[in-house]
Design a protein around this ligand. Structure first.
Ligand SMILES: O=P(O)(O)OC[C@@]1(O)O[C@H](CO)[C@@H](O)[C@@H]1O
Ligand SMILES: [Mn+2]
Length: 442
């Protein structure tokens, strides 16, 4: 099948895995338009920041950057001309896993995987891994994060929201004698703040959204009608019923900036309300989908908050609390390689049994964001009424919940007629980021 073959199916068939081979899909738009744009932006930013980078990394980098930029132009051309994928040749700890995946897909597809033929999930993950590989193969830029500046700017651009939420959370953390009902209401509101925090994603075409109101809490109350499935009450009942000693919650985080700040606020409230003894944050081991949080981004946020007393005393106060949580081991930040492999989560048990076993210890696993959702449901075009449990295809390390704003054309767990009704209100409801789901699997 050639790249320009118009006989290729147009609409993604029911129960098929999403792919750019289906021309009337968001996957096709992404691979055709958005992936090359992402690579172009990496090049443009390198050119723009050249002097600063050379100042930081040394004179040698000046020459090396030319090669790096050349490799990115080649990568962009590979995407645009639908070239076959190749094995990775760097020496990262995840390289053999990537290459095993490659061999498996090559065998399954009967030819080398290509951008417009293979699954969207594989193609998009592979692009971010190839971007990282270009730096890994250099001498002086091995750990360079080409999205670092964008992530920092995004955080600084949402400071009004951060101050507002920080003040609110600080007040909440100081309150004594809240009733169970009050605690439940406050917690579930914060869950929704972190849910909508997922709109703040730099790889999405509508860009980085800031609600008009500076008060994110008022804003989210008005957004309830856009939550198509709201299983949030299960979060409360699961955590209060658990009665586990040394209870752990795992949060599989998504974007840096405002979103990670909301996740940290939620985690502190979960600990302070005694709903868990420990929170493990799972971030990315390499720069990923532009705005995903790495360990470096996580600690940068803490550092930045500590320096922001000029904005509000709540921010350094929160930074101090969070440093203490980390020091005491109550909070742990991990960056397992599995999160930056192209596997759907039903393959976790066989691929990374240690991680699956670790998640099995949790009272609740919270998955943030759209990409995690795609991996949870196997990047499949389910009938919208398919149950979430079926769509997970056996992935169930522990009770889990997904907090996702809709930014890809797949969904499950809706009521009959709900998809049609929502589509009648908004033609791009699945991809605009305006709608959301909170789906629980107990
Ligand atoms: O996981 P996140 O940050 O919520 O979203 C990632 C995302 O922007 O990237 C993909 C397209 O490039 C889409 O699945 C999704 O919209
Ligand atoms: Mn993301």
């Amino acid at each position: 099948m050639s790249f320009n073959d118009d006989s290729i199916d147009i609409v993604t068939p029911a129960n098929a895995v999403l792919s750019a081979k289906f021309r009337r899909s968001f996957a096709y738009q992404t691979v055709r338009d958005r992936l090359p744009v992402t690579i172009t932006k990496v090049i443009d930013n390198l050119v723009r920041d050249k002097d600063q980078i050379v100042q930081d990394l040394g004179e040698f980098t000046k020459e090396e950057m030319k090669e790096v930029i050349g490799s990115f132009s080649k990568l962009k051309n590979e995407v645009q001309t639908n070239k076959p994928f190749e094995v990775l040749t760097s020496d990262g700890p995840d390289v053999s896993s990537w290459n095993t995946y490659y061999e498996r897909e090559r065998e399954r597809e009967g030819e080398k995987p290509r951008w417009f033929h293979t699954s969207w999930l594989y193609a998009e993950c592979y692009m971010y891994r190839r971007i990282h590989e270009v730096f890994e193969l250099s001498t002086s830029m091995k750990t360079f994060d080409p999205f670092n500046k964008q992530k920092k700017d995004a955080f600084l651009n949402s400071l009004d929201l951060i101050v507002f939420l920080g003040n609110h959370v600080m007040q909440l953390l100081r309150m004594k004698n809240l009733s169970q009902l009050e605690m439940k209401e406050e917690l579930l509101r914060l869950v929704k703040v972190t849910l909508w925090g997922n709109q703040h994603d730099l790889s999405h075409p509508t860009g980085y959204k800031l609600p008009e109101e500076a008060n994110p809490l008022e804003h989210i109350d008005r957004l309830n009608e856009y939550i198509l499935i709201d299983d949030s009450h299960h979060i409360w009942s699961t955590l209060t019923a658990s009665g586990k000693a040394n209870a752990v919650i795992d949060i599989v985080n998504d974007n840096a900036g405002y979103e990670i700040f909301t996740d940290l606020c939620l985690a502190d409230v979960l600990c302070t309300f005694s709903l868990t003894d420990k929170v493990r944050f799972h971030v990315k081991a390499l720069p990923w989908f532009i705005s995903d949080t790495t360990k470096h981004d996580f600690f940068w946020v803490l550092q930045k908050l500590a320096d922001l007393s000029c904005k509000s005393s709540s921010l350094p106060a929160l930074a101090t609390r969070w440093e203490e949580h980390l020091q005491s081991g109550r909070w742990v930040v991990e960056a397992e390689d599995f999160w930056t492999l192209p596997h759907a989560y039903n393959e976790m048990k066989a691929t990374d049994n240690n991680l699956y076993t670790k998640l099995s210890e949790a009272t609740l696993v919270i998955f943030k964001g759209d990409l995690n959702y795609r991996k949870l449901v196997g990047e499949t075009n389910w009938l919208p009424t398919e149950s979430f449990t079926n769509a997970l295809q056996g992935f169930h390390p522990a009770p889990l919940v997904t907090l996702r704003t809709l930014k890809a054309d797949l969904i499950c767990g809706l009521q009959p007629g709900q998809a049609e009704m929502t589509a009648a209100k908004s033609h791009n409801w699945l991809t605009s980021g305006d709608y959301a789901v909170i789906q629980f699997d107990g």
